[in-house]
Design a protein around this ligand. Structure first.
Ligand code: RTP
Ligand code: MG
Length: 139
């Protein structure tokens, strides 16, 4: 089934000028970038986005990291896009990420791990709505 997921190219990747290389992996995997914008996340945006992790010990560090440089927010479309993109990203910790995945190729460590991808269709809808309107998405 064709569906959409939400992606963020994180500050460690934009800082190293890796946006194009990450996008190449996404597109080679058959996912289509149907919306994309480079933004500087505010502290409020980052806190809201990662609210589910508010009680975790790494929350403060994560919010600081996500606001430390520009990010690229994206909507990806394709067959089973949510699960497919999680596969393409690789495990959260790059040490555990399968060869060829974005995190195996580019992530620096478990925190600075180059990309975010939604973990369910429901979260994909909520996350897309946090950053894009319907008019921004051109499928
Ligand atoms: P994401 O939400 O960014 O797509 O990553 P994920 O599902 O693979 O991992 P998740 O458990 O949701 O964690 C969210 C992000 O928090 C940072 N993190 N740091 N220092 C740590 O131990 C630690 N653990 C997680 C990472 O940036 C992770 O992607
Ligand atoms: Mg997650």
């Amino acid at each position: 089934m064709t569906e959409r997921t939400f992606s963020i190219i994180k500050p460690d990747a934009t800082r190293r000028n890796l946006t194009g290389k990450v996008n190449a992996v996404i597109e080679d995997a058959g996912l289509r970038i149907v919306a994309q914008r480079r933004i500087q996340m505010t502290e409020d945006q980052a806190k809201k986005f990662y609210e589910v992790h508010a009680e975790r010990p790494f929350y403060g560090e994560l919010v600081e990291f996500m606001t430390s440089a520009p990010v690229v927010v994206q909507v990806l479309e394709g067959e089973n896009a949510v699960a497919r993109y999680r596969e393409v990203m690789g495990a959260t910790n790059p040490k555990d990420a399968a060869p060829g995945t974005i995190r195996a190729l580019y992530a620096e460590n478990v925190g600075e791990n180059s990309v975010h991808g939604s973990d369910s269709q429901e979260n994909a809808r909520l996350e897309i709505a946090q950053f894009f309107t319907d008019a921004d998405i051109v499928g």
